[in-house]
Design a protein around this ligand. Structure first.
Ligand SMILES: Nc1ncnc2c1ncn2[C@@H]1O[C@H](COP(=O)(O)OP(=O)(O)OP(=O)(O)O)[C@@H](O)[C@H]1O
Ligand SMILES: [Mg+2]
Length: 298
């Protein structure tokens, strides 16, 4: 707590701030720190879990591959036995015994179902692998290092990570243009995408559409996230980027998503703007400079 004092604090622009403003600034900074620390911790945890899961998933996947191959070989032997058994007279005790056993164990059904079960398991595992890769991509430790990132991939991995927030609410439509690689901190840009996509899904009451548009113009790339949600009333439109401005119930929103997102985008030399109409929906447009390295490589 800051106790009352005659001290004069200064804003970055050099203007004197009163105590109330200083407290407000501190509250905002504390909130932003908390949010970014929480995200960093979640990112680390997710990266750790993804790493640990990778190993068993790897050997289960390889075992299933071998099993599929062994089963095919066993079936080939069963076929040979079946041909041998047909060569015996119908009432031969061995033939009768084998036929009874085949009926009791539902051999025909097993022969159809085992390959299906194996195929489904292999497909399921491929999905688990995809999720792990998305998690690893999404939660790449934010070391503040810029990389040449494919923003379509960033969008896809973020979408996969928050799939549960969106899947019952909105159909996601992609109208993707051609994007060059962009010099950015991918973990931070993913955080912006996540905030915008979750907001879009939360703005939709029952079901709607989230349209993602992308394109490049000169040295800029742009990404639009457009929802058919309830829209933002004109009196709130100027305030949505303010820290702690939220219309969501306590526990659901802290009101920090957009202020942090705009901060991140501005640190990248880009801009984040919004247009909205009540009852029609909202579009957030993110523009980012492509960055030096890509310019050189073009
Ligand atoms: N796509 C959108 N459609 C309608 N309203 C929106 C949309 N995005 C943001 N808003 C409005 O702007 C407010 C601020 O958004 P912001 O993301 O900063 O905070 P929040 O979503 O309320 O909470 P948090 O993101 O911290 O969980 C929201 O509470 C909501 O009223
Ligand atoms: Mg939000």
């Amino acid at each position: 707590m800051i106790q009352g004092s005659a001290q004069v604090f200064q804003s970055p622009s050099g203007n004197a701030l009163d105590e109330q403003q200083v407290l407000e600034r501190l509250r905002q900074t504390e909130g932003q720190l908390l949010q970014s620390e929480k995200l960093a911790a979640v990112g680390l945890l997710a990266a750790g879990i993804a790493h640990e899961i990778n190993n068993p998933v790897g050997f289960v996947s390889s075992n299933l591959g071998s099993l599929q191959n062994y089963i095919e070989r066993l079936f080939a032997i069963l076929d040979a036995y079946a041909r041998m058994q047909e060569a015996l007279p119908a009432e031969h005790p061995s033939r009768v015994e084998v036929e009874n056993l085949a009926r009791e164990t539902e051999l025909e059904y097993l022969r159809q179902d085992i390959p299906d079960l194996l195929r489904e398991s292999i497909e399921g595992l491929a999905r688990v692998k995809g999720i792990i890769n998305d998690l690893k991509d999404f939660s790449r430790i934010d070391d503040g290092q810029r990389e040449q990132a494919d923003l379509h991939r960033c969008l896809e991995s973020t979408l996969n990570v928050i799939r549960n927030e969106i899947k019952y609410k909105a159909e996601v439509v992609r109208v993707f243009g051609e994007l060059p690689l962009v010099s950015c901190v991918p973990a931070q840009i993913n955080q912006v995408f996540m905030n915008l996509l979750v907001n879009a899904a939360q703005a939709i009451d029952s079901v709607g559409t989230i349209t993602l548009r992308t394109g490049a113009e000169g040295n800029l790339v742009w990404i639009e996230i457009c929802d058919t949600g309830k829209g933002i009333p004109p009196e709130f439109q100027a305030r949505v980027f303010e820290p702690f401005f939220t219309t969501k119930p306590v526990g659901k929103g802290t009101g920090l998503g957009l202020s942090i997102s705009r901060d991140i985008v501005q640190r990248h030399g880009g801009s984040l703007v919004m247009r909205s109409a009540v009852g029609e929906g909202t579009t957030f447009r993110l523009s980012l400079p492509v960055g030096e390295a890509s310019e050189r490589s073009d």
